[in-house]
Design a protein around this ligand. Structure first.
Ligand SMILES: [Zn+2]
Length: 207
């Protein structure tokens, strides 16, 4: 588990922490470690651009980001290569699930906009472990959808730097990056590496 320095309530779990979104026993264990309630809020992740506001735990509608102004209501997304992003404002917190489709669909901007609609100011964001430019081999259509950020994999094929694309969309915020690739780091589940249905979680909360 990674706790980004300078954040009030942000944690990125690894494979050892398991899918605490879907497994109550694992959620209880991680909640105890973090000192937070074990009833979390989540969404049905669909690789889109929609972000919703929640005020109670449980599985909410189809969306790829959730925001709350409620204290001690943990928010989570589960990922295995897609980017988990935690955004802290003065009075709200958001967690976002962003693969290349989500980045292209503007899910990060949607989260920032929703926080501002709530009268809050987004201050800082954390980009968690996810597939890196070292491994994210893509075709021209993905590069075109992201609008640049071309890179090269360790196999010298074309890739996209989704971390930097996400950071660019977080303009004006202080950005923390794990720069940890889920494909190359065995501490994490990776769909691209293993075709796994296993996931790790990101969790964010207002203390
Ligand atoms: Zn990699």
């Amino acid at each position: 588990m990674i706790r980004p320095a300078g954040f009030r309530g942000a944690a990125f779990g690894d494979a050892a922490n398991g899918n605490a979104r879907d497994d109550g026993r694992l959620r209880g264990r991680l909640s105890n470690a973090l000192g937070i309630p074990s009833a979390w809020a989540s969404v049905q992740q669909v690789h889109g651009g929609r972000v919703i506001t929640v005020d109670e735990p449980g599985l909410a509608a189809e969306a790829d980001g959730l925001i709350t102004v409620e204290r001690r209501l943990p928010l989570t997304v589960a990922t295995a290569d897609c980017i988990p992003i935690i955004i802290e404002g003065d009075r709200s917190v958001a967690v976002v699930h962003a693969g290349w489709r989500g980045v292209a669909a503007g899910v990060i901007g949607s989260a920032l906009e929703t926080m501002r609609e709530l009268g809050d100011s987004p201050r800082r964001a954390a980009i968690g472990p996810s597939i890196g430019p070292c491994c994210f081999e893509v075709g021209d259509e993905v590069l075109a959808a992201i609008g640049g950020f071309a890179a090269t994999t360790i196999a010298m094929t074309q890739s996209v730097d989704l971390w930097s694309a996400a950071e660019a969309q977080l303009r004006g915020l202080e950005v923390w990056r794990a720069d940890a690739c889920t494909v190359t780091d065995p501490a994490y589940h990776s769909f691209r590496r293993d075709g796994t249905s296993e996931r790790q979680v990101a969790v964010a909360w207002l203390p």
